[in-house]
Ligand binder design. Structure first.
Ligand code: NAD
Length: 487
């Protein structure tokens, strides 16, 4: 039996398949980024376990799909109730496992997990409608039918939030689910399975396949019996998933990386601009949406840079369980080395590190100082590739057109933040920005009804509101003739 007690919470780390715990011959070791402590041995699945999980989800599909949205919604609300009753345990578990702030897990992230379930359950019950429309006297009736088994593959930077943001709509749409959680933060998925089971989610409707990406993940993505793949992660992995999906012509939703700009125009409120720029270090830079490229208009560049440096120096880095901590560790030693590599190569290529640029060894091995890099060569790696650590760059531009060209000048298009005092300038800037989400004079305001996703290499498709249902469901049009009726 594989169980562990982590932060006082008991977790069974075997797979969850068909309503039962299933072991694997092999396991892997899960370590906390806070202090490198071993947390658990976790089941390491492969093809056989992927087959079993998909078979369980296929078997559970007909009964789940036949329930009405209200019946499924009632069960999802009971799951949400149970998650809500265990927010503290989930927050402790997630923080210990992935190193993100405990206070944000308690007050922001885990309540959002609850919302992910409730919002999509309610949406399916109340808002999933398209008006009937006429074609030459015939009427068109659009419906969203369950499509089958959804494979959901997620990363470690917000494990349970990103998983339930897909599990919610998939289950509400009548699909059954196999979740492959991240191997660097696998624990909340296992615990969530327990909570969902206790709340009455039928066996096989939701399954957890633990393991490594190239093993469990690849086996799941290439499985011929899945109907959808929702993948959140990096571009190189997405290409592998796309190849696997192509073999079976399975529709994919991809939420990938970014290199988003924070554009500060010269009429911006400077205090606001500094606040928003400092926010880009949140979660130690491990946020897909982070606006890590600060693009500042020349007129205010000097004043901004001075205030920003002063504010960044005040950021409290430390144990993410401490209420006063603002940024914690990075997830894994391999990842810290990757972040370090980016900074080292930037220096070698002539860029200048204004502050940070090294590990915060006072805190241990996993903590990287908030870093600012300037004078990087146009087109260089540090300005074009996702670092996914607390590393920002700053570039200065003169005209709005130059700012726009810089903002759009990568292969990504996930998000952008624009800071300006002028609505007209904001509107003209946003009109031409390539990004799935733009925040003007704000950051991270999210509504689950809004479309979410990336342009260019940042993703394929959109999720949120109706867009989630368009993906997870089979959208059907039934045409009724005015003729041929006996009653
Ligand atoms: P990753 O691509 O390494 O892994 C993501 C998931 O894919 C993990 O569960 C992993 O086990 C699995 N995987 C790995 N190889 C696989 C394979 N061959 N087949 C199937 N699955 C496989 O990404 P990561 O390092 O875990 O996460 C960081 C990345 O995620 C960043 O690029 C970040 O921007 C992105 N991200 C995007 C969003 C978004 O909404 N756009 C949100 C969060 C993170």
């Amino acid at each position: 039996m594989l169980t562990a007690t982590v932060a006082g919470v008991q977790v069974d780390t075997r797979h969850w398949i068909g309503g039962e715990r299933v072991a694997s011959a092999q396991t892997f070791t899960d370590v906390s980024p806070i202090d490198g402590q071993v947390l658990a041995e976790v089941a390491r699945g492969g093809q056989a376990e992927a087959n079993a999980a998909v078979a369980a989800a296929v078997a559970a599909f007909p009964a789940w799909a036949r329930l009405s949205p209200a019946e499924r919604g009632a069960i999802l609300h009971r799951v949400a109730d149970n998650v809500e009753a265990h927010i503290e345990e989930l927050a402790q578990l997630e923080t210990t496992d992935n190193g993100s702030l405990l206070r944000s897990h308690r007050r922001g992230v885990m309540p959002r997990v609850v919302m992910n379930l409730r919002f999509f359950a309610d949406y399916a019950m109340e808002r999933l409608q398209y008006p009937v429309f006429e074609t030459r006297g015939h009427s068109n009736h659009v419906s969203w039918d369950p499509s089958g088994v959804a494979a959901i593959i997620t990363p470690w930077n917000a494990p349970l939030m990103l998983a339930t943001w897909r599990i919610g709509p998939a289950l509400a749409a009548g699909d059954t689910v196999v979740l492959k959680p991240p191997e660097w933060a696998p624990l909340t998925a296992s615990y969530f399975a327990e909570l969902a089971h206790e709340a009455g989610l039928p066996a096989g409707v939701f399954n957890v396949l633990q393991g490594f990406g190239p093993e469990a993940g690849a086996a799941l993505a290439g499985h011929p019996d899945i109907a959808r793949i929702c993948f959140t992660g990096s571009v190189p992995t997405a290409k592998k998933v796309a190849h696997a999906a192509a073999e079976n012509l399975v529709p994919c939703s991809f939420e990938l990386g970014g290199k988003s700009p924070t554009v500060i125009l010269d009429d911006a409120d400077l205090d606001l601009a500094v606040d928003l720029a400092v926010e880009q270090y949140d979660n130690a830079g491990q946020v897909c949406l982070a606006g890590t490229r600060l693009l500042v208009q020349r007129g205010i560049a000097e004043a901004f840079a001075a205030r920003f440096a002063a504010r960044a120096a005040e950021i409290r880095q430390g144990d993410p369980r401490d209420e006063a901590t603002q940024i914690g560790p990075n997830i894994h030693l391999d990842h810290v080395a990757r972040v370090e590599g980016f900074v080292m190569r930037a220096r070698e290529q002539g860029a200048r590190v204004v502050f940070g640029g090294a590990r915060n060894t006072d805190l241990g091995t996993h903590y990287f100082h908030p870093t600012l890099i300037v004078d990087a060569e146009a087109g260089s790696e540090i300005l074009t590739q996702e670092v996914f650590g607390p590393v920002l760059t700053m570039q200065i531009f003169d005209t709005d057109d130059e700012g726009l060209a810089l903002a759009n000048g990568t292969e990504f298009g996930l998000a952008a933040c624009v800071v300006t005092g002028s609505r007209a300038r904001a509107e003209s800037f946003c009109k031409h920005l390539v990004a799935g989400t733009i925040w003007v004079n704000c950051f991270f305001v999210r509504d689950l009804a809004a479309p979410f996703g990336g342009s260019r290499k940042s993703g394929i498709g959109r999720e949120g509101g109706i867009w989630s249902f368009d993906f997870y469901a089979d959208v059907k049009n039934t045409v009724y003739s005015p003729n041929g009726w006996r009653e």
